[in-house]
Design a binder for this molecule. Structure first.
Ligand SMILES: [Zn+2]
Length: 203
C-alpha cells in the first residue's frame, strides 16, 4: 500500500491518496484536482471519502465524481453539510460550493476495503458532529479531529470542545501508541506522541 499526500486548497488541507495495485482511494480532496489526477492515473478510484463536510476537505468532490466512476462517502449525519454553503463554510470565502450527493453514508464501525487492507470508520465528533477518523492497520487518518500537538477548531457550527476531547480520549488514544496519525492539516504524528505532549487532551 502506498500513501501519498498532496497539500491542496486555500487552507492547505492534506489530501491523502491510497494506492494498492490498480486501485486507489482519495481521502479529503479539498481542492486542486489537477494535483490529484496524476496520482490516480489509470487506477480504479474505489472511493472518495470526506472526513467531514468543510469546504477545504470537499472542494474537489465534483470534478473527481465527473472524471471517475467512483463512490463518494461521508458519515451519515454529515451529508447535509456537503450541500449547504453556509454549513460547509464555502460561503465564508464567497465560493458557495454545493457538492454532489454522497453515494455511501457511513456509520461508526463500517469498513471499506482496498486490496487486503481495511479502512475502519471511527466516529469522532467534536470538530463537526459527523467527523470521522479512518484506521487502516497501524495508520490513522484523523481529519480535523487530531493534529500534531493540537486539535481541530471547535468554534465553528457543530463544533464542541468537550465532545472533541471525549472523541480523542476514548476512540483515538485507545489505539496503539505506535499508530501513525496522518492529519488534516500540518505534519503527521503518532498516538503515543500525542498522549504524552498534546496539551489540549490530557490522558
Ligand atoms: Zn474542518
Amino acid at each position: 500500500m502506498e500513501i501519498l499526500c498532496r497539500t491542496v486548497g486555500l487552507l492547505a488541507a492534506n489530501c491523502y491518496i491510497l494506492r494498492n495495485g490498480d486501485e486507489a482511494i482519495i481521502i479529503d480532496p479539498g481542492g486542486d484536482p489537477q494535483l490529484l489526477y496524476p496520482c490516480i492515473g489509470d487506477r480504479v478510484l474505489l472511493y472518495v471519502i470526506n472526513t467531514h463536510g468543510h469546504y477545504d476537505h470537499i472542494a474537489a468532490n465534483n470534478p473527481l465524481k465527473a472524471r471517475y466512476d467512483t463512490r463518494l462517502a461521508c458519515f451519515e449525519t454529515e451529508a447535509q453539510m456537503l450541500f449547504n454553503p453556509d454549513k460547509n463554510l464555502s460561503a465564508m470565502v464567497g465560493a458557495r460550493y454545493i457538492s454532489v450527493a454522497p453515494d455511501l453514508l457511513l456509520s461508526d464501525g463500517d469498513t471499506l476495503n482496498i486490496g487486503r487492507e481495511t479502512l475502519e470508520i471511527i466516529h469522532t465528533p467534536g470538530h463537526t458532529e459527523g467527523s470521522i477518523s479512518l484506521r487502516m492497520g497501524t495508520v490513522l487518518f484523523s481529519g480535523d479531529t487530531l493534529f500534531y500537538h493540537s486539535v481541530g477548531r471547535t468554534d465553528l457550527p457543530g463544533g464542541d470542545l468537550d465532545t472533541l476531547r471525549e472523541s480523542i480520549k476514548t476512540r483515538l488514544y485507545s489505539l496503539p501508541d505506535e499508530t501513525i496519525v496522518y492529519t488534516g492539516h500540518g505534519e503527521s504524528t503518532m498516538i503515543g506522541e500525542e498522549k504524552r505532549y498534546n496539551e489540549w487532551v490530557r490522558v
